[in-house]
Design a protein around this ligand. Structure first.
Ligand SMILES: *Cc1c(COP(=O)(O)O)cnc(C)c1O
Length: 364
């Protein structure tokens, strides 16, 4: 059986360090906002090249806290992608704003500066682009549009930890950004976890309040906040993995390039690197009109594969009424033909060759 993500090999390399940190945390009983969370926040901020990195309970919460801190609320419109995980739009709804879905580029699957600019209205307050599958959106162009129209830029970096544009990490280009540490993400913990980044001191102070019951000083509350802290135990895991993140992402890029090279002659569309930034391949996603046939062949050989995402957000039951009449032809066509293959930092060349051989057999 070949899974989508194999975390066991990665764990074996850092097991001792993690076990030591966990044992220490248990001995000290410092479970909430302890020394490892503080240290991880500092290390993550340094790695990402941002002034502030604030741990929280999940990637979904990270986006929610970022929107709150930027003052996005009822009646506001936030431009985003419909070709993403539901959490992107959920966060926008949590603050009472309206997600405005725009179409994607057929090659990068990311929303484009042109489509964003066309969707701006008097109610638009923010743009929340998703660096989908680990490939950065056109950040310089999107930032320029946001500056020109006075909009906040909030990056959804859930799939892009370690991806960069012109040598600068995603998560530092806009007003704020949200990262996810869900176990299968490029930097994953042993449960749920998230991170908000910002270069603004005021926003950072608000995020810290909101994640901890609206409080700076224990039992004194300034706003209605949330219980959304990053667990100390998860910070231990993240500190150990952060040291290796460049190596993990390099291994993902190697795997992706090998897949693409081995399938170059096949009649399917392998992932396109648009050169606007460094793609860290959270997913390796292809397009084929024979998707179902290929996936069945893989499944018959005990090889996992998956469709991210089969139903774009504007066509989900929850958004059907709100988005009635909205047509996003590129998004819809990509959703109908896309499928993703196993990829992670520990996948071997042999495993990739084995997977490609099965795909090749479909076309013979
Ligand atoms: C995973 C993900 C999220 C949500 O992160 P969680 O940690 O699962 O809450 C948000 N946006 C995108 C694009 C994601 O892939």
């Amino acid at each position: 059986m070949i899974p989508m993500v194999n975390l066991k090999a990665q764990y074996a390399e850092i097991k001792d360090e993690i076990e030591r940190g966990l044992a220490e945390t248990i001995d000290n009983c410092s479970f909430i906002l302890g020394p490892h969370v503080q240290a991880f926040e500092k290390e993550a901020a340094d790695y990402l090249g941002v002034k502030h990195a604030i741990g929280c309970a999940s990637g979904t919460d990270a986006l929610h806290l970022a929107l709150l801190a930027e003052g996005i609320g009822a009646g506001d419109e936030v431009i985003t992608s419909a070709f993403t995980f539901i959490a992107t739009a959920e966060a926008i709804k949590y603050v009472g704003a309206k997600p405005v879905f725009v179409d994607i580029d057929p090659q990068s699957f990311n929303i484009t500066p042109e489509n964003i600019e066309k969707a701006i209205t008097a109610k638009t307050k923010a743009v929340m682009p998703v660096h989908l599958f680990g490939q950065p959106v056109n950040l310089p162009a999107i930032k320029a549009i946001c500056d020109k129209h006075g909009l906040k830029l909030i990056e959804d970096c859930a799939q892009s930890f370690g991806a960069s544009v012109n040598g600068k990490q995603t998560g530092g280009f806009g007003d704020a950004a949200g990262f996810s540490f869900f176990p299968s993400k490029n930097l994953g913990c042993f449960g749920d976890g998230g991170l908000v980044t910002t270069n603004c001191d005021k926003a950072a102070a608000k995020i810290k309040q909101y994640r901890n019951h609206g409080s700076d000083v224990r039992y004194y509350h300034d706003v209605i906040g949330y219980n959304s802290r990053l667990d100390e135990m998860q910070a231990v895991v993240l500190r150990a993995k952060l040291k290796h993140i460049d190596q993990y992402n390099a291994a993902r890029r190697h795997a992706a390039h090998l897949y693409s090279e081995l399938m170059a002659d096949l009649p399917l569309t392998t992932p396109h690197e648009d050169g606007l930034g460094v793609h860290v391949y959270h997913q390796y996603t292809l397009l084929s009109e024979r998707r179902d046939e290929i996936m069945k062949a893989l499944q018959d050989q005990q090889i996992a594969c998956a469709v991210y995402y089969p139903v774009p957000l504007h066509q989900q039951n929850v958004f059907k009424d709100e988005c009635a009449g909205l047509s996003l032809p590129v998004t819809e066509s990509v959703a109908a033909n896309c499928f993703s293959l196993p990829i992670c930092s520990s996948i071997s060349d042999d495993t990739i060759k084995q997977i490609v051989a099965v795909i090749r057999s479909v076309f013979n």
